[in-house]
Design a protein around this ligand. Structure first.
Ligand code: S3P
Length: 173
């Protein structure tokens, strides 16, 4: 699929794969807005991801995530969308991704790299208890889900953010 024909470019992948930083570079290169699903949820609700999670629970957070994903995918302006790691968990999200004319790129990373990267940041309540074990379990369990919805897969291992962005454009072009 050609990126010029695709309405939105959606980056999916595990926490720490670099969706937001690669998304920023791509948005600049393509002269498109960057829509980050976690950031949109925070702006709309006036609460942080962690606050929503703690007060309302994961299920409520996932509902907001689905609503946000549907909204951004139905937007008219072609955008770069950095979709949070858990977006593939809900069947409804996978369906809307598959049915949209967006180009969906999975940023695939070695689990050791991801574990190293997620040591900073506060918006990841899933990693509060045993981050390493959780990351390994999610990496294993979500593999098939990311694969299912991806139009293309780009490895981020041993690549700079700029190089990943270039690789995304190559496989989309
Ligand atoms: C989550 C990923 C996080 C955030 C929340 C849950 C997940 O976003 O939405 O902590 O389930 O993978 P990032 O992928 O942007 O870190």
């Amino acid at each position: 699929m050609n990126i010029c024909g695709a309405k939105h470019l959606v980056l999916i992948g595990m926490m720490g794969a670099g969706k937001s930083s690669v998304g920023r570079v791509l948005a600049r290169k393509l002269d498109r807005p960057l829509l980050d699903s976690d950031e949109l949820i925070e702006q709309r609700s006036g609460r942080t991801v962690r606050e929503i999670w703690t007060t309302d629970g994961e299920a409520e957070f996932r509902k907001l995530e689905t609503r946000t994903l549907i909204d951004v995918l139905s937007g008219d302006e072609p955008s770069v969308i950095a979709a949070a790691g858990g977006v593939v968990l809900e069947t409804a999200n996978r369906t809307v991704l598959a049915e949209s004319d967006a180009h969906v790129v999975w940023l695939l990373a070695n689990v050791e790299l991801l574990i190293d990267r997620v040591k900073s940041g506060t918006h990841r309540p899933l990693l509060d208890d045993d981050p390493d074990a959780m990351m390994r379990a999610m990496h294993r369990d979500r593999d098939e889900l990311y694969r299912d919805v991806a139009d293309a897969i780009v490895s981020v291992d041993n690549r700079s953010v700029q190089d990943v962005a270039k690789a995304v454009l190559r496989c989309a072009g």
